[in-house]
Design a protein around this ligand. Structure first.
Ligand code: NAD
Length: 498
């Protein structure tokens, strides 16, 4: 049985708290390892180590820091197959999808290689008589990331790439469900020449998280996970004076206009609704066809496609999607389907009974499709995070827009139409952070920022792109003059440019 401890001071260390959690292999339901759950004392040891290493890393010139990350990327590429298999076995997603998970993380580290340029400040020559003003960006010190189970490579890389490139030391607290890839990434960072103490992995649960939130040496916390935890972490971290950004749950709507290309819309919904078993914060979980004819046609075409989805073990590269992460997740999803039926939604494809031959103990849920879902139902209001798509029929474009805007979540949304005016109006008026126009999963590329609105995000700076450099640095502004510019005498009036 694999024992996963922590990665502190450049090496793996065993957990000492006496607490651990099982690591499952969702495709067959077996326990494949145990991960240590850190105590506050273990977290403190990691922070002290990081705080000791950080000043030297910050003083290393930014091009040299970027070169370590270049080598790190090289090693990720060399170990891609192994990382993808490890990820798929612990998470459940298919190996090709696991490669996508790694790649979207890699792209943010690639963006972070530009830190020497991105961290540059501003300079005003002669802002006053003999006076120059300049600004600079400096790292914060020790910063932390708390990440969810559903992208165990991508989201840790989104956080550690910019943080480390900017000269911080980073403490990663990954999901206890799938800690294998984060631990391997920490090893590869050392192999790439990264100094010990700059990338640490502290595994754990609420106890480790609370220790992070309360630790005075940790200056910033980036979180991704469900909304209740996001809100909790935001409140506690801010109350302790930290810089905090928290990204939460989602219920992403896709509006299908009567003039949309129906083949494209159906393909988009199948991929975005059921890919990775719906366990993506940018998955489409609500389809909003506009008008009865559009809705009837959409549902008619979706039914055979959902019925013929190929669910398979994570190692089957031909599967459309694999198992969900845990037995508890599987039961929760099926329970939501039961609730939807009780609430009066029309379950037109029922995947609750799906069993994977040869993998009977795996955590599988077949594709489910609901029609006639209404906005008062729990299956509409709450995040299910599984392969369940809800069709909510709207009579008009305005109703579809209002529905999207009234939902408490605002992570991503999409509109499918050929009408530029409608698309433009939607992009302008919708109260959501990331919009797709005929693009179902509009995750911005690494050099733009990622973040939702409303209860999908707490804090004001997004992930990756220029915001990530702002989040992981603080600005210092210097006003300087030399003796020749100094006038004699004390001044008691505030200096102005009058
Ligand atoms: P989760 O909230 O259960 O866990 C996220 C992290 O918080 C984990 O590291 C976990 O150990 C920790 N945690 C869990 N319970 C805690 C508690 N009571 N106190 C302190 N820490 C706790 O989320 P998850 O199930 O791992 O991930 C799925 C969720 O993440 C979904 O809601 C999904 O929408 C969301 N998500 C959001 C984004 C985004 O960018 N908005 C991206 C990916 C996932």
């Amino acid at each position: 049985m694999r024992q996963v401890g922590h990665f502190i001071g450049g090496k793996q260390v065993a957990g000492t708290s006496g607490r651990s959690s099982d690591i499952f292999q969702p495709m067959d339901g077996s326990v494949i390892g145990k991960v240590a759950l850190a105590s506050a004392a273990e977290l403190d040891a990691a922070v002290r180590n990081a705080a000791e290493a950080q000043p030297k890393w910050a003083a290393t010139n930014p091009q040299r820091r970027a070169r370590v990350l270049m080598k790190f990327l090289d090693l990720i590429a060399q170990n891609n197959d192994e990382l993808a298999e490890l990820l798929a076995r612990e998470h459940g997603k298919t190996i090709p999808d696991a490669k996508g998970d790694i790649q979207r993380g890699v792209e943010v580290v690639e963006f972070s290689l530009g830190a020497p340029n991105l961290m540059k400040g501003e300079f005003t020559d002669g802002a006053g008589p003999g006076i120059d003003i300049y600004s600079l960006r400096q790292p914060l010190g020790v910063v932390a990331g708390i990440t969810p189970f559903n992208f165990p490579a991508m989201i840790p890389l989104w956080k550690l790439g910019p943080a480390i490139a900017c000269g911080n030391a980073f403490i990663l607290k990954p999901s206890e469900r799938d800690p294998g890839v984060p631990m391997r990434l920490a090893e590869l960072f050392i192999e790439a020449g990264g100094p010990p103490g700059i990338l640490n992995v502290v595994n754990g649960d609420k106890e480790a998280v609370d220790a992070i939130l309360d630790h005075p040496e940790i200056k910033a916390v980036g979180f991704v996970g469900s909304t209740p935890i996001a809100e909790y972490i935001y409140a506690r971290g801010c109350a302790n004076g930290k810089r905090v950004q928290c990204f939460g749950g989602a219920k992403n709507h896709m509006v299908i206009m009567p003039d949309a290309d129906m083949d494209q819309a159906v393909d988009a919904l199948i991929g975005a609704g059921y890919g990775s078993a719906g366990e993506r914060c940018m998955a489409i979980s609500v389809a909003v066809p506009v008008g009865k004819a559009t809705a009837d046609e959409l549902v008619k075409r979706l039914i055979p496609r959902v019925e013929s989805l190929k669910v398979g073990p994570s190692t089957d590269v031909t599967a459309d999607y694999g198992p969900v992460v845990t037995k508890a997740a599987m039961e929760k999803i099926k329970n939501y389907v039961d609730i939807g039926v009780e609430e009066g939604a029309k379950l037109v494809v029922d995947g609750r009974g799906f069993k994977m031959q040869g993998y009977e103990n795996g955590f599988y849920v077949g594709g489910c499709l609901f029609d006639n879902v209404t906005k008062d139902m729990r299956i509409y209001k709450e995040e299910i995070f599984g392969p369940v798509l809800a069709v909510v029929r709207a009579d008009s474009y305005d109703e579809a827009l209002k529905l999207t805007n009234d939902h408490e979540y605002g992570n991503g949304t999409a509109i499918f139409t050929r009408d530029g005016d409608a698309a433009r109006d939607f992009a302008s008026k919708v109260q959501v952070g990331m919009i797709g126009i005929n693009v179902p999963i509009p995750v911005p590329l690494a050099y733009y920022t990622f973040g939702g609105w409303k209860r999908s995000a707490f804090g004001d700076l997004n992930q990756h792109g220029p915001d990530s450099i702002r989040f992981y640095t603080k600005t210092k502004t210097v006003t300087a003059r030399w003796p020749s510019g100094i006038k004699d005498g004390a001044s008691f009036v505030i200096p102005t440019m009058n």
